[in-house]
Design a protein around this ligand. Structure first.
Ligand code: NAP
Length: 333
């Protein structure tokens, strides 16, 4: 019988196992236009914590009792929709469940054999890679010769942002992450010019050392203290790409805003938020740019896979503690 994880409670702080409830249901027969998917991998996204809360966001909160929202990929096992034939891999908002029935809305078929791993459809060539691509090019207006700083740089979005920055010919690309292993990965594997370990280094001092003339583009995944340090070192006409603020997602009180924002006046800087769903109609444009970089070894992906639907809450907690190393996925069997 298909199993699903339902939202049982709105979390206080970091999500707990008891915020979810596993339920089984009988598989319903398909209607015309529908197809059934055996879900193979689920994407873990830091924004899930926001979707679980009552906070106003780009999507409504997941209603209590509903299947937890998630993007997933899997193989079509039964179909009454000719555009979604049996055997095809598909990406959709499947929810946290091992079986998904769709009608094609918001679903995309893809050729898993052409990818290094099917999980690339949820990472490098999926939402996180596209977030990095459009965040840097469209919001950040990143140009060759400029200085780029990326936070959460060993993660899914951040690792793509670092590599895309280098592929675009940016002069200096600095990644910020927690711990020496992630920092080594950022320089040695992703090709950044420098990495800053925010858990052990003085971020302000290190930014001054690696970006002596200031920062043109800051790709912000975390907010908090790191954003404040970057704000002290903006170049004229700098752009801050407001992608995420993971340091604030589990805050139980008010979200902390940037203290040093007045520096944006003198540096004539711009800070702009964006949500990748607004760019999905341009997905082919991003793939056309990124596929040659991947083929040339300039765009690599790292996956971090946790097994089993029941481990979804634990997998979700990994992205807030920094235990994940690469794009966090849950594999369903
Ligand atoms: N705007 C959009 O459309 C969009 C789309 C996708 C993702 N995002 C955002 O992009 C960011 C990264 O998402 P992702 O999926 O790529 O996750 P990820 O980077 O693969 O994983 C999250 C990482 O955040 C870091 N982190 C956690 N707490 C932190 C803290 N307090 N301070 C600094 N770093 C912290 C951890 O790395 P360390 O070990 O380095 O601490 C962790 O590995 C998130 O903020 C997410 O919400 C936005």
């Amino acid at each position: 019988m298909p199993r699903a994880l339902h939202l049982a409670a709105r979390p206080a702080g970091t999500p707990k196992d008891s915020d979810f409830e596993t339920r089984e249901r009988a598989a319903a027969p398909l209607e015309d236009g529908q197809f059934r998917v055996a879900v193979k991998f689920l994407s873990i996204d830091p924004a899930m914590r926001v979707w679980m809360s009552e906070a106003k966001s780009y999507w409504p909160p997941v209603p209590l009792g509903d299947v937890m929202r998630a993007q997933g990929i899997g193989e079509i096992t039964e179909s009454k929709n000719p555009k979604f034939p049996v055997g095809q891999w598909v990406s959709a908002m499947t929810g946290v469940q091992d079986e998904y029935v769709g009608d094609g809305k918001g679903a995309h078929v893809f050729d898993a054999k052409r990818l290094p791993h099917p999980g690339w459809a949820l990472s490098v060539f999926g939402a996180t890679g596209m977030t990095a691509y459009f965040g840097l090019t469209d919001i950040g207006q990143a140009k060759a010769g400029e200085v780029l700083v990326v936070s959460a740089a060993a993660g899914a979005v951040g690792s793509s942002a670092v590599q895309i920055g280098k592929a675009l010919g940016m002069k200096t690309v600095v990644g910020i992450a927690g711990g020496p292993d992630k920092c080594k990965f950022i320089t040695d594997t992703l090709g950044a010019d420098a990495a800053i370990d925010y858990k052990n280094d003085d971020v302000g001092k290190a930014l001054k050392e690696h970006c002596p003339d200031g920062i043109d583009v800051y790709f912000d995944n975390v907010g908090g203290d790191i954003l404040d340090e970057v704000l002290k070192r903006l170049r004229l006409k700098a752009r801050i790409v407001l992608c995420g603020g993971i340091s604030q997602y589990n805050a139980e009180g008010a979200t902390r805003g940037p203290a040093n924002y007045l520096s944006m006046i003198s540096s004539r800087a711009r800070m702009e938020g964006f949500v990748i769903i607004d760019y999905m109609h341009r997905a082919e444009e991003a793939i056309a740019a990124m596929a040659p970089w991947a083929a040339a070894g300039k765009l690599k992906g790292k996956l971090d896979v946790v097994d089993g639907l029941d481990n979804f809450p634990a997998a979700l907690r990994r992205v807030y503690s920094g235990a994940n190393f690469g794009k966090q996925l849950v594999k369903l069997t």
